[in-house]
Design a protein around this ligand. Structure first.
Ligand code: CP
Length: 337
């Protein structure tokens, strides 16, 4: 028998969680500020009462196409879907690009006949955009070279749990201006929070993403700043965040990047410049001794495994909001939602 919570959710999501209108999650920009808050709020309820949601996606099926390796993303989508009553399938695309064998539209028009949601991890962001444009079912970006929206949503769920009001939180990202930095900028901006990004010259965030974050920030009261001095970024911050100096696909640059990024290493000396209550964050996998030292990774300030756990709760919330919201807005899917 379904619990009362599930019955209530089946006609309208959790009280305080606004009605979802999400279609796809290709970019954080697919969400409104209210929808970003809905994801975090629902994730908090899912985390607190997982058993209330056991049948929520009964019969729903998810497929993952991954061009890059994964531990956290794959397992949290698989475990998350199973815990909601659904099923997940994994298509290993690490041997070649998704559209090497047949065109993206043809793949989309096959897959939409079989399953309810597509999760993509790709090199080119345009592959995720293309799948979303052609598939009539929701598409989720599980990391592209441009954005990693699920990661940043999980990260902000950890910060909300730790600090409460995100409008008072300053996150300092130190390192490469990569997909994770982009998603932190966009998500922090949506939430009215404060994000500083310090990178070496030449490794700044994508200019178009940064401009989009600035535009969102003007609406929400957030601030987003880009700089080159890691100490300036970290000064008084509530959270210090770093990521690999060379992302997946940049392995041949890894050695050349070490001396460029060494001044951006998060070590005890840099952490000491943050607020005394500051947390240390990393999306993982970490290159211990490069972007972060063992002393910081294993310190009481480190919330890296809370972030990994947050992926599970946040992605469950995303799946529920996409699949609940999709049925009424997109009748083409209503036959099988
Ligand atoms: N943070 C993250 O996306 O981890 P994986 O690469 O293991 O999925």
């Amino acid at each position: 028998m379904r619990s009362q919570a599930v019955e209530r959710i089946s006609v309208g999501p959790v009280p305080g969680v606004s009605k979802p209108t999400m279609r796809d999650l290709v970019s954080t920009r697919d969400l409104s500020p209210a929808e970003v808050r809905s994801v975090l709020d629902l994730a908090a309820v899912v985390k607190a009462r997982p058993s209330d949601f056991r049948r929520t996606l009964d019969g729903k099926q998810l497929v993952m196409f991954f061009e890059k390796p994964s531990l956290r993303t794959r397992l949290t989508f698989e475990a998350g879907m199973a815990s909601l009553g659904g099923t997940a399938f994994f298509m290993d695309q690490t041997g070649g690009r998704i559209d090497a064998r047949e065109s993206l539209p043809d793949i989309a028009h096959n897959v939409e006949r079989w399953v309810d949601v597509i999760v993509l991890r790709t090199f080119a962001h345009s592959t995720v955009e293309g799948m979303a444009a052609h598939a009539s079912i929701p598409v989720i970006n599980a990391l592209s070279d441009l954005e990693h929206p699920c990661q940043a949503l999980a990260d902000y769920s950890v910060l909300q749990e730790r600090f409460g009001n995100l409008k008072n939180v300053t996150l300092a990202y130190v390192g490469d201006g990569n997909n994770v930095a982009h998603s932190l900028l966009l998500t922090g901006a949506m939430l009215g929070s404060h994000v500083r990004v310090a990178t070496p010259p030449g490794y700044q965030p994508n200019a178009e993403i940064f401009a989009a974050a600035q535009e969102i920030a003007q609406e929400t009261g957030a601030t987003v700043e880009a700089m080159t001095d890691p100490r300036e970024a970290v000064s008084g911050a509530d959270a210090v965040y770093t990521d690999a100096w060379a992302s997946m696909g940049q392995e041949n640059e890894a050695d050349a990047r070490i001396p460029i990024f060494q001044p951006y290493q998060v070590n005890e000396k840099l952490m000491a410049k943050a607020a005394p209550h500051a947390v240390f964050m990393h999306c993982l996998p970490a290159h211990r001794g490069q972007e972060a030292t063992d002393a910081v990774m294993d310190s009481p300030q480190s919330v890296v495994f809370d972030q990994a756990e947050g992926r599970l709760h946040v992605q469950k919330a995303i799946l529920m909001l996409l699949l609940w919201g999709g049925a009424s807005r997109f009748p083409v899917r209503s036959a099988h939602v």
